[in-house]
Design a protein around this ligand. Structure first.
Ligand code: G6Q
Length: 543
């Protein structure tokens, strides 16, 4: 058995879990009336109510003991100092430096990274202002009216999520589109009604070698040159790059003066506040972008400086461990009650699952405990009319985060009251359910009672903020980043590598020529893959 499972803090939590057993939230609230005002934490504009979780007043203390035993605070401090905590790639993990104020300095491997960050930010600001003001002109002298970000994974999910989340603050006279899929449909639809003379492509790729992004960028190049009469000098006015690979960018034909860099210590899924956020800055402007960075930074400082017992991301991360390892919960749901956050669950899926979907520890030992939960979700209230059935009455335990706002960005009649009433009603229903006695008192027919019973005792956390602003988005994303960090530290895994995406990439590279060759390829696969390749070739008129 692993040292973690043998450890004192883990064993104490196991017996605590046995004590808590099936204690119902109904009883926990009845016995402890101030639970709903005490088991909460508030910081950086977020009110975090974790009282509707399957815990008692001892649990958080035991979980923070586990965090200390696992040296989580020391690991956190090492990350903030710029140590190479991503061991398998031998890299520092410094997304927190991306949002440090200009006045700070952080010297890592001999370089002041904060200075470098602000150097790039200044160039992004100058560029964004010139595009937004119309000073930047396309090849034929027209201002930019459509901006297409081409990227995938970390170079897409953050930008598209942030654009959607902050649309209310964005320029409406410039269209923003995001192309990620190598399915040609994605590019086709993003440019269908676009005028090449007014279109700017932001090619976002840390490596500038990613198959999907390079295929889409080359298609964009052809589309632009076709539309503008084939003059290659048009590229400089219609393409900019966000990358760490200057040679690759120059080789593509983009002027490196129009390249915005970042660093190997920024992981893709932690990069939306680096130059990868250029499309966000183009949409909302430099001042709003800066407010977002301030929100991130405020939460970073909270995570760094606050004791674990009142530390929002630490508590969230520890509760996720609690359910994953002591209740065997396999999934974790996130339900934002804001239409603007409709891409937030997809963004979080990468952040959480690419970070903590690991089967070995940093030392390379196979784990014998559950790691990263499957994160999923959809905005409320829509989800209520589809899959919440399973959350309420199914056989799985699904811890869920409900995210709500006090104020709407688009106040219309009493819509916000209706929306938020659902946040509160759902968490109440999930916790307390509906008993046989209540149903009987309502005169429900006996045969329907089993169907109408809600067992309750389904854990939720509620995160309330005043309104969705760039600052709130920054704090919310940093909250989840540091929750992910906390979980990874407990599980002793490397939350910052992603070897699991490599195998599929390598195999696809091998199969491309087998689909395209004139003559049938040599048999090199299992009988299923071989037959799928043969059928595809035949369908496309190849032998
Ligand atoms: C994120 C991953 C991955 C990456 C994409 C795009 O943490 O590393 O999602 O962001 O594969 O990579 P490029 O930016 O290099 O194109």
């Amino acid at each position: 058995m692993s040292a973690l499972r043998e450890s004192a803090a883990w064993k104490t939590l196991e017996s605590h879990r046995a004590d808590i057993g099936d204690l119902h939230l109904r009883d926990l609230f009845a016995e402890d009336p101030s639970r709903g005002t005490d088991l909460v934490a508030e910081a950086c504009g977020l009110y975090f109510d974790y009282s509707k979780n399957r815990i008692d007043r001892e649990t958080i203390g035991l979980l923070t003991d586990l965090a200390r035993q696992q040296r989580m605070p020391e690991r956190r401090d090492a990350m903030f100092r710029g140590e190479h905590i991503n061991g398998s790639e031998d890299r520092a993990v410094l997304h927190v430096a991306l949002r440090m104020p200009r006045s700070r300095s952080l010297v890592v491997d001999g370089v002041d990274v904060v200075r470098e960050v602000h150097g790039v930010l200044d160039r992004m600001i100058a560029f964004a202002e010139s595009v937004r003001s119309g000073e930047w002109k396309g090849h034929t002298g027209r201002p930019i009216k459509r901006i297409v970000n081409i990227g995938i994974g970390g170079s897409d999910l953050g930008p598209v999520m942030a654009y959607e989340a902050l649309k209310d603050y964005s320029r409406r006279d410039i269209e923003f589109r995001f192309v990620s899929n190598v399915d040609g449909t994605d590019f086709y639809e993003a440019t269908l009604d676009a005028d090449p003379a007014e279109t700017l492509f932001v090619v976002s790729s840390k490596t500038f070698t990613t198959l999907e992004t390079m295929a889409n960028a080359h298609t964009a190049r052809e589309w632009l040159l076709d539309g503008l009469g084939g003059d290659e000098s048009a590229i400089a006015k219609h393409f900019v790059a966000v990358s760490t690979n200057a040679d690759g960018v120059a080789g593509f034909g983009i002027d490196t003066a129009n390249m915005f860099g970042f660093w190997e210590w920024v992981g893709g899924r932690y990069s939306m506040d680096s130059a990868i956020g250029l499309s966000t800055m183009l949409a909302i402007g430099p001042d709003r972008f800066n407010e977002m960075l301030e929100g991130f930074h405020e939460m970073d400082q909270h995570f760094l400086e606050t004791k674990l017992e009142t530390n929002l991301p630490a508590i969230h991360g520890l509760l996720t461990v609690w359910y994953r390892n002591f209740f065997e919960a396999e999934t974790h749901a996130v339900f934002p009650y804001s239409e603007y956050l409709h891409r937030f669950p997809a963004y979080l899926q990468q952040l959480t699952m690419e970070s903590n979907g690991k089967g070995v520890t940093c030392a390379g030992e196979r784990v014998d405990y559950g790691t990263g939960a499957i994160f999923w979700g959809e905005p409320g209230t829509n989800g209520q009319h589809s899959f919440y059935q399973l959350v309420h009455q199914g056989t799985e335990l699904i811890p869920a985060d409900f995210i709500g706002f006090n104020h709407a960005l688009n106040p219309l009649g009493d819509h916000q009251d209706l929306l938020v009433s659902n946040v509160f009603a759902q968490t109440e229903a999930l916790a307390f359910g509906k008993t046989v006695e209540q149903l009987k008192a309502e005169g429900v027919e006996d045969r329907l009672i089993p169907h109408k019973t809600f067992l309750g005792n389904r854990p939720t956390s509620t995160i309330m903020a005043d309104r969705l602003t760039p600052r709130t988005l920054g704090t919310l994303v940093a909250f989840y980043e540091h929750s992910v960090f906390t979980q990874g530290a407990i599980w002793e895994i490397d939350s910052f590598d992603q070897w699991g995406v490599e195998l599929g990439k390598a195999l696809a590279q091998a199969i491309i020529p087998e689909l395209q060759s004139e003559t049938p390829p040599e048999p090199a696969h299992d009988s299923s893959t071989g037959e799928l390749i043969r059928r595809y070739r035949r369908a496309n008129g190849r032998q």
